[in-house]
Design a binder for this molecule. Sequence first.
Ligand code: HEC
Length: 187
Amino acid sequence: MTKMKMKRQTLILILIAIGINPDNAKSFQGHGPNLGYAVSSEEIAAWDTSVFPDGEGLPKGEGSAQSGEVLYKSRCIMCHGKNGLGTATGVQLAGAQLDLTSEYPEQTIGSYWPYATTLFDVIRRSMPMTAPGSLSDDEVYALTAYLLFLNNIIDEYEVMDASKLPKVRMPNEGGFINIYKIEETLR
Ligand code: HEC
């Protein structure tokens, strides 16, 4: 391919990209390559759902394992099985029998996950797999509490919210190695 030919192809690609949504591009005229549109704060809020290990990003709301159990039975059990034990095709969430040093360790929430807050993030962001984003924050707290209860980490009546969830200590919290810290000590 000659140099000239490549340049022409690049130009065509840029023109196609600009042409994708000319109406929206207009509102951005004078700023950058005129692609996309100005995102509203509501749209950003819908995507800005990350919850960090220390609980930063947890929303208002609350729920206990008792209410979570009802939800689990209607929205999760078909894939994750009774008591979170998994199905033929579904992921096991509780009831690990083996420890992590065995040849085929069961990486359940109780045996593997270092932080309880990540559970809230994962459920709110991606579950139920067929309808992610359909659960209210109260429902996500309740399901988080139920899965912690199934893993024998909290009791059935404990209410989880933005201040209590980060305080839950997971059994395998100390089982992870921070490779960046190791690299620092080797330097
Ligand atoms: C249609 C089947 C389906 C339904 C319904 C479903 N899940 Fe899942 N879930 C999955 C699959 C498949 C994965 C594994 C996804 C992956 O590894 O990327 C998963 C992963 C998860 C995980 C992470 C497990 C891990 O160790 O990585 C959690 C927690 C979870 N689901 C909770 C729920 C909850 C709570 C509900 C009900 C609100 C639910 N799921 C409903 C199929 C489903």
